[in-house]
Design a protein around this ligand. Structure first.
Ligand code: ATP
Ligand code: MG
Length: 430
């Protein structure tokens, strides 16, 4: 590429036709499973007011402090524009959309089981499995206190990993953040501990001691992690309600045969997250090992202006899942075909070729039929037929057209080429 050509923004990728079948396969597998559990799709804008994310994600988080794509919108006459942000995640927008459209408003509408998918934007250092525009499939439920629905979410994900053939390389980690009251007691003990070790913690962690101490637990700094080995754990501060929720969660998971490990460092770190938190992790993707993360956020709807509404959800990273299924070589081979049948148009027979193609497409809509366009020799057309991945080449030449037949050539099977009358084509292909 010449130096004059404009390149894509760093960390924002194109998706090429050669890769899109993998995305379609992944997305449709996930969506089919979600629909089979009765979850419904919701779509919301990519741009939201910055305040939504500041309140919804929390001011003292990596996302809000460092990673958001924020700009000032054009203002009206004598009015300055407002601050907008490209969504870095979906939960806050989902809550905003539900509230604004009264999906959580009356009794009949209190329970929602929703999913969404689309691009998210974070200004991070791009590397394998970490992009600036990446994609998530997210699931949120509202109006259910759990832990039954928490378990349902984990069942959905476990089923998905099985369906994708990655269940052997992912591990479920769970933790509980307890109720608000348990967290408050724990917070006091943790702050005291962190203050004792202030000098040895990384800079980010020190700055969070007073503002968001739980978040220090998930610091990526190795020295900080070593110090945290001796930190008090939230498990020792759980009240009866937190204990009961967590032990029911565990026993339901056991009853459904879903294996897990308890990771006391797993946190979401904001006051409106509580009780269940979880991550599905793999060791096959280096540092970007979390493919799906979620938890219960019973306080968020209220924080954003709604009535108190229990809620739990998760989001999975599509790019990381794609890397994983490619790494494990479990992508089905047949998704890459662009056609099942390829019609070779040899000579001046376009009109008939269109007729036959349209007839096949309307009679057998599940067949992907490519009609050759652009002329060229018989040999070059046969090469294209082969490259398309089609099982069958239908050949229409001037002789065939005159006799009212097409030749049927099997491209992947050792079967004799033969010709069929026009009105027999559907029978032959079905
Ligand atoms: P990490 O610790 O890897 O930065 P996170 O805690 O910021 O992840 P979440 O906000 O919980 O991630 O998002 C849910 C999922 O979305 C992650 O588990 C991951 O699979 C995916 N994800 C998050 N950030 C990125 C990114 N920059 N590029 C690609 N995928 C991402
Ligand atoms: Mg992150």
């Amino acid at each position: 590429m010449g130096s004059n050509n404009i390149q894509a923004v760093k960390g924002m990728n194109d998706l090429l036709p050669s890769e899109s079948p993998v995305w379609q396969y992944l997305e449709s597998t996930v969506i089919d499973i979600l629909q089979s559990y009765g979850y419904q799709e919701i779509r919301f804008p990519i741009l939201e007011k910055t305040a939504l994310f500041k309140r919804g994600i929390g001011e003292v988080t990596d996302i809000v402090e460092k990673e958001m794509y924020t700009f000032t919108d054009k203002g009206g006459v004598n009015k300055s524009g407002e601050s907008l942000t490209m969504r870095p995640e979906g939960t806050a927008s989902c809550v905003r959309a539900c509230e604004q459209n009264k999906l959580l408003f009356d009794r009949a509408n209190q329970v929602q089981k929703l999913w969404y998918t689309g691009p998210m934007f974070r200004h991070e250092r791009p590397q394998k499995g970490r992009l600036r525009q990446f994609h998530q499939i997210g699931v949120e439920t509202f109006g259910l206190e759990g832990p039954d629905v928490d378990v349902e979410l984990l069942l959905i994900t476990a089923k998905l990993w099985k369906e994708l053939g990655i269940d052997n390389v992912v591990e479920l980690q769970i933790n509980t953040l307890g109720t608000k009251e348990s967290r408050a007691n724990y917070r006091t003990a943790l702050v005291e501990f962190l203050n004792q070790h202030r000098g040895a913690l990384d800079e980010d962690s020190v700055s969070r001691i007073d503002r968001n101490p739980l978040r220090v637990l998930d610091s990526k700094n190795a020295d900080t992690q070593t110090i945290l080995n001796d930190a008090p754990t939230l498990m020792d501060y759980l009240d009866d309600e937190s204990e009961a929720h967590f032990s029911q969660l565990k026993s339901l998971l056991d009853s459904q045969g879903i294996a897990y490990t308890i990771n006391p460092r797993l946190v979401r770190g904001l006051d409106y997250y509580g009780k269940t938190v979880f991550e599905w992790v793999t060791t096959k993707l280096g540092a970007q090992g979390t493919i799906c993360a979620g938890g219960r956020y019973d306080g968020l709807v209220e924080e954003l202006g709604g009535k108190p509404t229990p809620a739990v959800g998760f989001a999975m990273g599509i790019e990381r899942l794609i890397l994983l299924i490619q790494e494990l070589n479990v992508v089905p081979k047949d998704i890459f075909r662009s056609a099942d049948v390829y019609l070779v148009v040899a000579g001046d027979v376009q009109e008939k070729a269109f007729q036959i193609s349209e007839h096949i497409r309307s009679s057998l809509p599940y067949i992907r039929l490519q009609m050759h366009c652009g002329g060229g020799s018989f040999k070059s057309q046969m090469k294209k037929a082969d490259k398309s991945g089609a099982e069958i080449a239908l050949i229409l030449g001037e002789n065939e057209a005159e006799e009212g037949v097409v030749s049927v050539k099997y491209l992947r099977e050792d079967k004799q080429q033969h010709s069929v009358k026009f009105d027999e084509i559907i029978n032959t292909l079905s």
